[in-house]
Ligand binder design. Structure first.
Ligand SMILES: Nc1ncnc2c1ncn2[C@@H]1O[C@H](COP(=O)(O)OP(=O)(O)O)[C@@H](O)[C@H]1O
Ligand SMILES: [Mg+2]
Length: 361
């Protein structure tokens, strides 16, 4: 077992080779670590900036053995890492952070919301669905309109269908493939906010300023941060993040998505046990960004300061948006972040830009 804090020159493993892995790897390199990526896709965005990539599926036992041997700590950039992968790595003596408890809670929307209810964090009302009978029971409890979501593997609004009236319920269930699901009451929110927070190996917690998020068709388009919120809202968000982190005995960065209701109350929509798209603004807006913060946490280093030094508007470059790179690069207030992905398929996250303005404007 590795000793913490990890000394520079140690090796950090990352499951997943997408843009989040890429930005984590760049941050790790800056702190003197080597990174090994495991991803089934050859030449992944993260693999291309790391010391090494193991090209293998996440359940490839031989590959996991090599990863465990090579790394002092292993982390991940997506929450759908199979639970068996994490237990296999643990059996091989590898330290995986954030741990199995956080992953299990984040992988299943019913487990996630039940966990939040248990620790006293408010969410919308919900009920589990797995067949016509439980769908009818859930509808009787939650009513319509309501939102049916698959319990597992949904992202960017995929695997979701609204039920406008009770008579549409079966059709909506068909739409999501009659998979195990959750029925959620509609959140009557004015704004969507998020809080990115971190917990270190010693239990220290640091929160970034709350961000305001705008989605289009279920996909994050824009984040503005720090959000204009009251001190009471900020306190609520930080308290929620701290409760979740502590209850999960969490190590690393977490992204907590929030609904702000008209009376100022915050509900948790969901959380991601990883760096988060709504935290990309911290790269150019905060003293230490979410990627370095995550590496610091999993390496057992002290957490860095999260104070903002600029106001940032982050815009995702989806699909062909990325073709504007030349124009964007010429804007003095704009910082361009590109993920090195080859094919700009419609809707694919190709990069993002952070537009800066002085904090006091
Ligand atoms: N219960 C709800 N009521 C109203 N809108 C919702 C609800 N749940 C999700 N949404 C909307 O759908 C978006 C995506 O849902 P989310 O649960 O975050 O799934 P994903 O895992 O795809 O991000 C949210 O950001 C929000 O805009
Ligand atoms: Mg979401």
């Amino acid at each position: 077992m590795a000793e913490f804090p990890l000394v520079p020159g140690s090796t950090i493993g990352i499951l997943g080779g997408g843009q989040l892995g890429r930005m984590l790897a760049l941050a790790a390199a800056r702190l003197g670590f080597d990174v090994v990526i495991q991803d089934p896709e050859e030449g992944s965005p993260a693999g291309r900036v790391s010391a090494r990539q193991i090209v293998a599926a996440y359940d490839d036992r031989w590959a996991l053995k090599r990863l465990a041997e090579a790394c002092d700590v292993v982390t991940y950039e997506f929450e759908n890492v199979p639970a068996d992968t994490v237990s296999e790595l643990a059996a091989l003596g590898a330290m995986v952070s954030p741990g199995a408890k956080a992953l299990a809670a984040a992988q299943d929307r019913v487990v996630e919301k039940s966990f939040l209810a248990e620790i006293g964090v408010p969410t919308v009302a919900f009920a589990p669905v797995h067949d016509s009978e439980s769908l009818a029971a859930a509808l009787a409890k939650i009513g319509a309109p309501s939102l049916l979501k698959t319990r597992r593997e949904g992202y960017d609004g995929k695997g979701q269908a609204w039920i406008q009236k009770a008579a549409d319920a079966e059709a909506s269930f068909d739409k999501i493939g009659r998979q195990a699901a959750i029925l959620e009451a509609p959140a009557d929110f004015g704004r969507e906010l998020s809080v990115i927070a971190a917990r270190g190996r010693d239990g220290e917690i640091a929160c970034y300023p709350v961000a305001e998020n705008h989605h289009e068709g279920g996909v994050l388009r824009r984040t503005v941060a720090p959000a204009k919120i009251t001190q009471a809202t900020r306190d609520q968000a930080e308290k929620i993040a701290a409760k979740i982190l502590t209850a999960l005995d969490y190590v690393g960065v977490i992204g907590v998505e929030l609904f702000e209701l008209s009376d100022g109350k915050l509900l948790v929509n969901e959380f991601a046990p990883r760096v988060h798209n709504t935290g990309h603004w911290t790269q150019d807006g905060c003293e230490v960004d979410q990627f370095e913060q995550h590496i610091r946490a999993v390496a057992g280093w002290p957490l860095g300061p999260t104070a903002p030094h600029h106001h940032v508007e982050m815009t995702n470059l989806l699909g062909a948006d990325v073709d504007a790179w030349k124009k964007l690069a010429a804007e003095p207030e704009t910082r361009v972040h590109l993920y090195g992905k080859g094919e700009a398929r419609a809707g694919r996250k190709m990069g993002h830009v952070n537009r800066l303005r002085p904090l006091r404007d």
